[in-house]
Design a protein around this ligand. Structure first.
Ligand SMILES: O=C(O)CCC(=O)C(=O)O
Ligand SMILES: [Fe+2]
Length: 334
């Protein structure tokens, strides 16, 4: 069945679909039959839900725990220290954003979380190294706190582990789209991956729907690899029936969800699904999304097999960098 035909069938299906759990234990297998079976599971999740959980993802508990501890100590610094790294001071949206300074849903009045954002950097880079020069509109170095010594190394270690996982997922997404496995190789040379560590203060009592942890939105890159703190329900996904369904943390898993760059590459054959988070747990909640896109100069052109006379191109072609920067400007308002 052609991709377009399968996408039309998925769109017409009424059945309620849960977020599937995909086991990545065979992700390094070179057996084409095994890889095709894994790609089939991923295709099904991408066309029908836009979200999946992955197990056996290869990021160790130690790496996760160190990043969590570092992120907790960063967020517990005094506000004025964190504001020294205020994102509004950088042209490339790196650094700290305080509670209510972002607004992911234009209909809302701000997101009830604080965050810290950074992009690619080698762990052994010198502090004054510039980021790669070829990042076009997104060029510019990361900024780091001087008062929180372990922070940079711990969160960058997680970053590199998640980027490594993302690099293994791209060939499977390509297979799922009936493309050669190396289709994204020349488009992801510089790992245009942005990571955020997030802290959601608890929201108890009556919650104003227009001021929640993170308002309803889609992600902007190809896909997101999300770690969420165990035992705290906050993330919700909008299903086909326009109902919010919980996407609770499942021990040992990460969430992988598709973003707008994949929707653009695939002319919406892959779904960039709307989601939000509300922390009503009564305790602080931490999460770590890593947004993995194509290199910033790459044009987001629809893959030919995702276009047909009855499914004409839905999106104007822009570069990945232009798209991400536009979305960052709209969300952070500068
Ligand atoms: O914290 C979460 O669970 C979701 C975060 C998210 O959706 C985002 O940062 O784009
Ligand atoms: Fe998101």
């Amino acid at each position: 069945m052609s991709l377009v035909h399968a996408a039309h069938e998925a769109e017409a299906a009424e059945a309620f679909r849960n977020i599937p759990i995909v086991d990545l234990k065979d992700i390094d297998s070179s057996n084409p039959v095994v890889r095709a079976a894994l790609a089939d599971e991923i295709r099904d999740a991408c066309m029908n839900v836009g979200f999946l959980y992955v197990t056996n993802h290869g990021i160790t508990d130690t790496i996760i725990q160190n990043a969590l501890t570092a992120s907790k100590s960063f967020f517990s610094l005094p506000l004025e220290k964190k504001l020294e790294l205020d994102m509004t001071k950088t042209a490339n949206f790196k650094g700290y954003n305080p509670v209510l300074s972002s607004n992911n849903n234009p209909e809302n009045n701000g997101d009830m979380h604080e965050g810290f954002e950074f992009g690619w950097e080698e762990i052994d880079a010198r502090p004054d190294d510039e980021k790669r020069a070829n990042d076009g509109v997104m060029a510019g170095a990361n900024v780091w706190p001087s008062d929180c010594l372990e922070f940079r190394e711990s969160v960058l270690t997680y970053y590199h582990a998640a980027v490594n996982l993302g690099r293994k997922l791209f060939p499977l997404f390509a297979l799922a789209l009936n493309l050669p496995e190396n289709f994204f190789d020349d488009k992801t040379k510089n790992a245009a991956a942005l990571m955020r560590v997030l802290h959601y203060p608890p929201q108890t009592g009556p919650v104003d729907d227009r001021v929640i942890g993170i308002g309803a939105h889609t992600d902007w890159e190809c896909f997101t690899i999300l770690w969420q703190e165990p035992e705290i329900q906050a993330l919700q996904v909008l299903n086909k029936q326009n109902k919010w369904i919980d996407a609770p943390p499942i021990p040992g898993t990460l969430v992988v969800n598709l973003g707008d760059q994949f929707a653009r590459w695939t002319n919406d054959v892959f779904k960039s699904t709307v989601h939000r988070a509300v922390n009503r747990s009564g305790v602080r909640r931490y999460s770590i999304p890593l947004f993995f896109g194509t290199d910033y100069h790459v044009r987001l052109e629809p893959i030919p097999s995702c276009v047909s006379p009855d499914r004409p191109p839905k999106y104007e072609v822009v570069t990945a960098g232009e798209y991400v920067k536009e979305r960052l400007k709209a969300t952070y308002g500068h």
